[in-house]
Ligand binder design. Structure first.
Ligand code: CUA
Length: 181
């Protein structure tokens, strides 16, 4: 039989079925140990560097969350941009952002070096809150209000990109946070 032709009955040429070389075993061991090190680092990153933050979680019905956001918008709305409410909340307050196919609502206007409690929830499906260019990533899940203490430390316009595929308009789901000096 020609060595060019392989079927399920004829094994291909090669050495893949032979026992792993000593070097290969060594590298698999190193990779496995490294996995364990990274796993152990997860609680460490929580304490150092502010990664893996602790959020404040509570259950919320999407309609109730929408009512909360609407109240927040009514209280602190300062303008509008392309039909999106621009909201400037007072320092230290609870601020709300709602994810919905396919928008982030409203536009937040914040002050640099001021602490806020940012609430996130979705009205429909899972969305991904991804803040550019600072690389903050949070899952936005319907039925849960996930809140985080945040202090913007740089002025400018930040984009919120959805990083969880949420349907046909996923790529258009872009929001905005304005941080002023
Ligand atoms: Cu929302 Cu993708």
């Amino acid at each position: 039989m020609s060595s060019e032709f392989h079927s399920a009955v004829v094994s291909p040429t090669g050495t893949w079925w032979k026992p792993a070389h000593k070097q290969e075993k060594r590298w698999i061991t190193i990779a496995f140990i490294w996995c364990l090190v990274l796993f152990a680092m997860m609680p460490f990153w929580h304490i150092r560097g502010g990664q893996n933050p602790t959020g404040i979680r509570s259950r919320v019905k999407p309609t109730d969350y929408m009512a909360r956001v609407q109240r927040f918008v009514n209280d602190y709305k300062v303008g509008e941009e392309k039909g999106f409410a621009v909201v400037e909340p007072p320092a230290g307050s609870d601020i709300y952002l709602m994810a919905q196919m396919w928008r982030w609502w409203p536009i937040l206007k914040l002050k640099k070096n001021v602490e806020y409690t940012l609430h996130l929830s979705s009205l429909d499906v899972n969305h991904g809150f991804s803040l550019f260019p600072v690389n903050v990533n949070i899952q936005v899940v319907p039925g849960y209000d996930y809140a985080l203490k945040i202090t913007p430390n740089q002025a400018g316009e930040l984009r919120i990109i959805c990083n969880e595929f949420c349907g046909i308009g996923h790529h258009t789901m872009i929001g905005k946070i304005i941080v002023e000096e």
